[in-house]
Design a protein around this ligand. Structure first.
Ligand code: PGA
Length: 245
């Protein structure tokens, strides 16, 4: 399947910086689909820069409800309305900073699907969990709890992001990534059937131009979710260019 390289811009950048970054990506990449997820406040401007081109635009979160008295929140319908096609859900920073549980992520993913957005659901163990030998069980449990029915049929995407690898420059070994991705594939095929063989499984956590090729060569790694390195257009494009020909 054609890989997806997704950029999670997190809480970075002025409006002008976001527009300039989007301008630098406008041509897309030869061997990968590209997605950028700016902060809510820059979504429309970035979408305007990228409209009609190959690069998709997504958000970093949405609310579980379609509308209502939820001060400070944004619904999936609103995101769809301004041109977003994807939404990252259950990122470990949301799980940690905002206490998002698997049940919350599940509800948000349901709202995203109902609005016609493609959810990118993030899972991943902490360092303590990995050291305790729990990485596979944690990820399997998060998948089971966070992913709603209909996810695979709608083209939902999963990102494996070990918490300890995010923003740290550290990554699991390629064998460790391959093992978790194989476990995720098995769990999804077990629940959703053969269709889940086409579900994109991204790796995220300190992906950079220098390690991307090794990660993309692994079985069941269908792209990357990139944080820090997605803030520099040349680095993000270099990661996308590391997809095997
Ligand atoms: P990083 O972040 O690439 O800066 O490690 C990845 C992520 O949090 O999605």
């Amino acid at each position: 399947m054609r890989p997806l390289v997704a950029g999670n811009w997190k809480m970075h950048g002025t409006l002008r910086e976001a527009q300039a970054l989007a301008e630098g990506l406008r041509g897309g990449a030869e061997r990968a689909d590209l997605l950028v997820c700016p902060p809510f406040v820059h979504l429309q401007a970035v979408e305007a820069v990228l409209r009609g081109g190959p690069v998709a635009v997504g958000a970093q979160d949405c609310h579980a409800k379609a509308k209502g008295a939820h001060t400070g929140d944004v619904s999936a319908d609103m995101l769809r309305d301004v041109g977003a096609t994807h939404v990252i859900l259950g990122h470990s920073e949301r799980r940690a900073d905002h206490g998002e549980t698997d049940a919350v992520v599940h509800a948000k993913a349901g709202a995203a699907l109902a609005a016609g957005l493609t959810p990118v659901i993030c899972v991943g163990e902490t360092e303590a969990q990995r050291l305790a030998g729990e990485a596979e069980s944690v990820v399997t449990e998060q998948l089971a709890g966070s992913i709603p029915d209909g996810f695979v049929a709608a083209g939902g995407i999963v990102a494996y992001e070990p918490v300890w690898a995010i923003g740290t420059g550290r990554t699991p070994t390629e064998a460790e990534v391959a093992a978790i991705h194989a476990t995720m594939r098995k769990a999804l095929v077990g629940r959703f059937g053969e269709a889940a063989k086409a579900t994109r499984l991204l790796y995220g956590g300190s992906v950079k131009p220098s390690n991307a090729a090794g990660l993309f060569a692994l079985p069941d790694v269908d792209g990357a979710l990139v944080g820090g390195a997605s803030l520099v257009a040349a680095d993000f494009l270099a990661i996308a260019a590391a997809v095997p020909a």
